[in-house]
Design a protein. Structure first.
Lengths: 419, 183
């Protein structure tokens, strides 16, 4: 049986012969990632393992992005632990303060991930790098501790679901709409233990950022990875991130897939996920009157420069609806500076938005935009579980940046065309 | 109450057997429900255990006794990679989760932390709130002492058993490091 892209990527990192899904293989890893919530547990586990050092101080990345700028004493203590460990272990890629951004936006722009890489992170959205052709997946802190020490981990070879993208998306339709639509079709466990592999002519019309948005939410279908084959678009992005020597891996022509489906981008409308699961998806057109208290634009899903540009296009010359809070969090310092230089931050400020620092913040109900009971938020983030952003009595809807910006202006969920 | 079960002498096997009362939760119970993010400023299981399932109800934990067994629907533990989720369950006194299916990161985390997980598919429906259960995770057998029914699933994969036999992933790696250092 030929290799799927997932199998080809695992094969490139193991001395065993990858033959079929279900097989357990030991793989060497290229990069190991943890954040301010998950690194402290990994450090604990490393100490209990009796490990004195990491396998390679250049290949362990620590990003303090979740509760930073530190929201309280406990979170400050956690970050201090990570910082002290990084210094002790000689970790080159430690990020905090003005160098820090949301990890899955930060690593690609720093050129730390690329096609063919095997990346494991103690964060479920590590699958984002599949948008660049890397096999990347989230693990728990102790698995990450073992990978930090040994430079390897085990994988059960996943079966793959083939997702064929046809056509070209219309204006105001982006990566988020593609992945929300997919989630609506296959459900929050539709890719459980499996890899989602995207291919087809529609890929060419999606930039690297849109692909990362799609790959980012593979986990929302239970997926182990969401993979795009690297192409010229990928290599152009990697070039801008300072990478020069990447090589693309591809699936074999006789690869077998567990199932396949196809999405016609021409026909795709802006989508929204309604409370309280990311697969409760419908076209924005079909969502009845939903007044909003808050809109958040940011996160590892949609806090990149293309997302901010799309929001600014709608917000320019307009103002946020009375009584609604619009919170915009550029995902990295570099994105922040680009938004500043391009005049986007001025547009946001004049529209009445709160512009915050790069942080995961409200996405996981950490800080900087927590919801009270009975409040309703539309966010460009990735999860709308009950209580995710605050009170158990609050509601979160998910969309792309164009719908979020239009809805902030309207004060209720609205299609961008109707602004 | 274990009179009908064969008693085995092996310590290892005894450590994979559990008896307790079933607590049922539904499908797609996510890690934010198991332990909301606002409590992730601690890594202490007993502290996390106080807030176990606070995302469903802060009172949920009050009905749980040491050694009780959680029975869940599909995709249990979906969402974030936080290891605080299995730690919160262990801290709440729950040693075993039986589910229709598990989210993949949670599945790895559970075994790595020493929380035993049994995936039983549709047979999860036969286990009801308050049933007295007796489970042998190694053999893949669950006896419902209340309904007198028995569920048989596939035994644990060898690899997972090796990790559990070591006492979790931490001792597993420690042994490996020690053998490298001495060899």
């Amino acid at each position: 049986m030929g290799h799927s892209l997932a199998m080809a990527l695992l094969q490139a990192h193991t001395s065993e012969t990858v033959t079929e899904p279900g097989q357990i293989v030991q793989c060497g890893v290229d990069l190991v990632l943890a954040n301010d919530i998950t690194a402290p547990l990994a450090i604990d586990s490393m100490e209990r393992m009796g490990a004195k050092r990491v396998f390679d101080s250049e290949r362990v990345v620590l990003v303090c992005d979740h509760f930073t700028p530190n929201k309280d004493i406990d979170s400050a203590e956690q970050v201090k632990r990570v910082r002290d460990f990084a210094a002790r272990a000689g970790i080159r890629h430690y990020y905090e303060g003005g160098a820090c951004g949301v990890e899955h936006a930060l690593l690609p722009e720093l050129g730390l991930v690329g096609p063919g890489d095997l990346v494991v992170g103690a964060d479920s959205h590590t699958c984002t790098y599949g948008g660049l052709g890397a096999f990347a997946t989230g693990l728990g802190s102790t698995d990450i501790a073992a990978a930090m020490v040994l430079g390897e981990t085990w994988f059960k070879v996943p079966p793959s679901i083939l997702v064929r993208l046809e056509g070209k998306p219309q204006r105001y339709v982006g990566g988020k709409d593609v992945v929300l639509h997919l989630l609506g079709r296959i459900g929050v466990d539709g890719a459980l233990y499996k890899a989602l592999e995207f291919f087809g002519p529609g890929i060419a019309s999606m930039d690297a950022e849109a692909r990362m948005t799609v790959a980012n939410m593979a986990i929302e279908a239970g997926g182990k990875a969401g993979l795009f084959p690297a192409d010229e678009v990928t290599f152009a992005y990697l070039w801008s991130a300072g990478r020069r020597n990447d090589v693309a891996l591809a699936a074999d022509e006789d690869a077998e897939y567990e199932s396949s489906l196809s999405i016609d981008l021409d026909q795709l409308e802006p989508q929204v996920a309604c409370p309280h699961l990311p697969d409760n998806v419908r076209p924005v057109r079909e969502v009845k009157d939903v007044p909003l208290d808050q809109v958040v634009i940011g996160s590892c899903t949609n806090g990149r420069i293309s997302d901010l540009r799309q929001a600014a296009e709608i917000l320019e010359g307009r103002t946020v609806a009375p009584g609604l809070r619009l919170i915009i969090l550029p995902a990295t310092p570099r994105i922040y500076r680009m938004a500043l230089e391009e005049g986007l931050l001025e547009i946001f400020s004049r529209a009445g938005a709160v512009i915050g620092p790069p942080t995961c913040g409200p996405c996981l109900g950490g800080h900087m935009g927590i919801l009270a009971g009975g409040e309703r938020c539309l966010a460009t983030t990735n999860r709308n579980f009950k209580g995710r952003m605050g009170s158990l009595e609050s509601e979160v809807y998910l969309s792309g940046p164009a719908v979020a910006a239009a809805s902030a202006v309207a004060g209720r969920i609205r299609r961008p065309e109707r602004i | 109450m274990s009179g009908t079960a064969r008693i085995r002498s092996s310590k290892k096997e005894a450590s994979m057997r559990y008896t307790g009362k079933a607590h049922r939760v539904g499908d797609h119970i996510d890690t934010d429900a198991i332990i909301p993010a606002r409590y992730l400023v601690s890594t202490d299981p007993s502290e996390l255990g106080q807030y176990c399932m606070a995302g469903i109800s802060p009172d949920w934990i009050n009905g749980v006794a040491q050694g009780d067994i959680l029975v869940a629907g599909a995709n249990f533990g979906c969402g974030s990679s936080r290891e605080h989720a299995p730690l919160a369950l262990l801290g709440a006194g729950i040693p075993l989760v039986i589910a229709r299916s598990f989210a993949r990161i949670f599945y790895r985390n559970g075994f790595n932390m020493g929380l035993v997980l049994m995936e039983v598919g549709d047979q999860a429906d036969a286990l009801r709130e308050g049933d007295q259960l007796q489970a042998d995770a190694e053999e893949g057998i669950i006896r419902n002492l209340t309904s007198q029914q028995e569920i048989q699933v596939r035994p644990l994969p060898d690899f997972m058993r090796q990790i559990l036999e070591s006492g979790g992933l931490v001792p597993y790696v420690r042994k490996r490091l020690e053998s490298t250092a001495s060899g």
